[in-house]
Design a protein around this ligand. Structure first.
Ligand SMILES: [Zn+2]
Length: 85
């Protein structure tokens, strides 16, 4: 398998993850090690683009706790997705 570029653990830079407690982190630097105790106990999962659109639609805000990056910068939402009902 080819090695990926920058993000850690073979993740993609645009991915964003959240835990069961609602903590949100970017994949590029603030994510817990996948498979670690923290990862498993706090139930970290990727926030899918669909999840982000839904959060956005509900007026929520998603930003990495570590660096403050927001999904508009972490993951590019399709403008047509943002306004879709
Ligand atoms: Zn971050």
């Amino acid at each position: 398998m080819a090695t990926n570029a920058t993000p850690r653990f073979g993740l993609k830079a645009h991915q964003v993850f959240w835990s069961e407690q609602g903590s949100i982190v970017c994949a590029s630097s603030h994510i817990p090690y996948p498979g670690s105790d923290t990862w498993i106990w706090e139930r970290w999962e990727e926030i899918t683009p669909a999840d982000m659109v839904e959060i956005d639609r509900q007026g929520g805000r998603v930003a990495c706790e570590g660096c403050g990056k927001e999904p508009s910068r972490i993951a590019r939402l399709n403008p047509s997705e943002r306004t879709k009902r």
